[in-house]
Design a protein. Structure first.
Length: 74
């Protein structure tokens, strides 16, 4: 079975891939195994999965990691 894919449809602020340290952008595809870092609480993304629907994640809803970063784990 193919892995789920999530397509980024909106961004506010910076969100960073933990593995590559690259900045996420609209149109990128992320997988459930990808870890995303929100450098501050103003970041926000929306993404869609053809199988699972539409989601919105905000830096304000995340908990602070050990280094002070806001981490998202699917």
């Amino acid at each position: 079975m193919p892995a789920d894919k999530y397509y980024i449809t909106f961004m506010r602020g910076n969100v960073i891939y933990d593995r590559t340290k690259a900045t996420l952008k609209v149109g990128d595809v992320v997988k459930p195994s990808d870890k995303l870092i929100f450098p501050n609480k103003t970041g926000k993304i929306s993404y869609i999965s053809p199988e699972k629907g539409f989601f919105v994640i905000s830096g304000q809803t995340l908990t602070v990691g050990s280094k002070g970063e806001l981490m998202l784990y699917y």
